[in-house]
Design a protein around this ligand. Structure first.
Ligand code: URP
Ligand code: ZN
Ligand code: ZN
Length: 471
């Protein structure tokens, strides 16, 4: 199967030029002016951007959490991703306490089997090194393409690990070449604040934020940074939401430490006030870390612009408002934490990052595709447009006007965090390894087309699937 994409504006993290692009057997084999090659399919991309398929390094599909299971499974979540221009993501396997990593890996792979619409990898969330997985087993995961370990420093009594588990995992990562990811919040302090609030009869959604002050995020971020430095492990701090967490990351990066940070789309747009919306609507915005004061939004734009933060993910962890969020109707601590977002990251960051001049088009590609691919061992197969790379591409129409709404989204959630937002610029055509996945409003490919990707170790490159062929 060969595809010729004609005359698009090719934008990568480093370049911006108009050219033709030729695809053979899932791989980009030629980029140049006026390519004259026979093709099974010709796509006219004049006036459009040709972007690398976006890579989302932080999603939760089909995940048991908060007394329920996320509403998007692999099929619906990845369909949403595809429509949003994301062609590869890295989801979390959660090690059930008392279980081996191998059992968890098998379980998550079989849940995804036959449902995959885009390519995917997995991080391993370590919850238990005492009764469950062993250090040796953890050390063997990178050989199977699982090259990142995630630890939750919050969610006491559920996913939270103690500092011993955190530090031991970091030591394993230092010798196996895995990247350590942390959900950085001080879970012990938050637990005290939550119990006190509930004892005082404070049950509404806004107390989710009021019991998780930004200092608890800043403290845990700094603790993780210092411990990772002692262990000699690279560290990636997920869903950074506030100045208190940005600052220690900036200090560590200034010193040249292997520390990286990510924020998520929602933290640029949703602030604490959303949690105060009446009639339990605030529950839609109960995710962790919580929406912060508006002043943090400028801090985050500045951080992604200056590379203090190096990636923007969605942390897609979708629930129904009606039927799942309502579990916490009388107790904010029982509201399942998380929100949808896989479908709108590119549209939102293009509209409010690029079109407002906060970041360049190249930087957008870097934050949404190239850096996630580099950090998580997918580059250069994913995350860029180059000869030899997978032909994961987004033909993006910079003039297409869209009003974001739950009524038209592919996620199964019954709400959208950005409801009613008008954007100019949206994917028109999305290709996965040269196969058309999405064309305007249609999913063209069938579930099953997506693959599990064995990722390279931190700092290593993922070899192209096939060697580049000379024309
Ligand atoms: O509220 C959130 N973010 N839910 C997903 C789990 C996590 O902490 O990333
Ligand atoms: Zn988290
Ligand atoms: Zn998450």
């Amino acid at each position: 199967m060969s595809v010729l994409i004609r005359g698009g504006r090719i934008v990568t993290a480093a370049d911006d030029y108009v050219a033709d692009l030729y695809i053979e057997d899932e791989t980009i084999t030629l980029i140049g002016e006026s390519i004259d090659m026979p093709a099974d399919k010709v796509i006219d991309a004049a006036g459009k951007y040709v972007l690398p398929g976006c890579v989302d390094p932080h999603t939760h599909l089909d995940m048991p959490f908060g007394g329920t299971v996320t509403i998007d499974d692999v099929e619906s979540g990845q369909t949403a991703a595809a429509f949003g221009g994301t062609t590869c993501h890295v989801d979390f396997i959660i090690q059930p306490q008392g279980q081996s990593f191998a059992a968890a890996f098998d379980e998550w792979r079989s849940k995804a089997n036959g449902k995959q619409v885009i390519d995917m990898g997995y991080h391993m969330a370590v919850t238990d090194l005492k009764e469950g997985g062993t250090l040796e087993e953890l050390a063997s995961l990178p050989d199977q393409g699982v090259t990142s370990y995630k630890l939750f420093m919050a969610y006491k009594g559920a996913l939270m690990v103690d500092d011993e588990t955190l530090f031991r995992t970091m030591e394993v990562a230092a010798r196996t070449g895995a990247l350590v990811m942390v959900h950085a919040e001080n879970g012990d302090a938050i637990d005290v604040l939550v119990k006190r609030a509930l004892a005082e009869g404070k049950t509404e959604p806004k107390y989710h934020a009021l019991t998780r002050p930004p200092e608890t995020e800043g403290e845990a971020t700094n603790r993780a940074i210092q411990l990772a430095h002692v262990a000699g492990a690279p560290l990636y701090v997920v869903h950074v939401s506030c100045k208190e967490s940005v600052e220690p990351i900036a200090i560590a990066r200034d010193k040249g430490w292997d520390v990286w940070g990510e924020t998520c789309t929602q933290y640029f747009f949703i602030d604490y006030d959303f949690l105060e919306r009446p009639n339990f609507e605030g529950a839609k915005y109960v995710y962790t870390p919580p929406p912060r004061d508006k002043a943090n939004q400028g801090v985050l734009w500045n951080a992604v612009r200056t590379d203090v933060l190096s990636a923007i993910s969605t942390d897609h962890c979708a629930f129904l408002w009606d039927g799942q969020k309502t579990i916490g109707k009388n107790d904010f601590s029982k509201i399942p934490n998380g929100g949808p977002g896989l479908e709108n990251r590119l549209q939102m960051i293009h509209e409010f990052g690029v079109r407002t001049g906060r970041i360049s088009l190249n930087r957008m590609v870097e934050l949404l595709a190239t850096n996630p691919a580099r950090l998580f061992g997918l580059y250069p197969r994913k995350g860029t447009i180059a000869v030899g790379s997978d032909a994961d591409l987004v033909i993006f129409d910079p003039e297409k006007q869209v009003t974001i709404s739950a009524a038209t989204q592919r996620s199964r959630s019954d709400y959208n965090l950005f409801e009613g937002t008008e954007v100019r610029g949206s994917p028109e055509l999305v290709l996965l390894r040269g196969n058309v996945l999405v064309e305007n409003d249609d999913l063209v490919a069938s579930p099953g087309i997506g693959r599990f990707v064995k990722r390279a170790r931190f700092g290593e490159e993922l070899k192209p699937a096939r060697a580049a062929v000379a024309p």
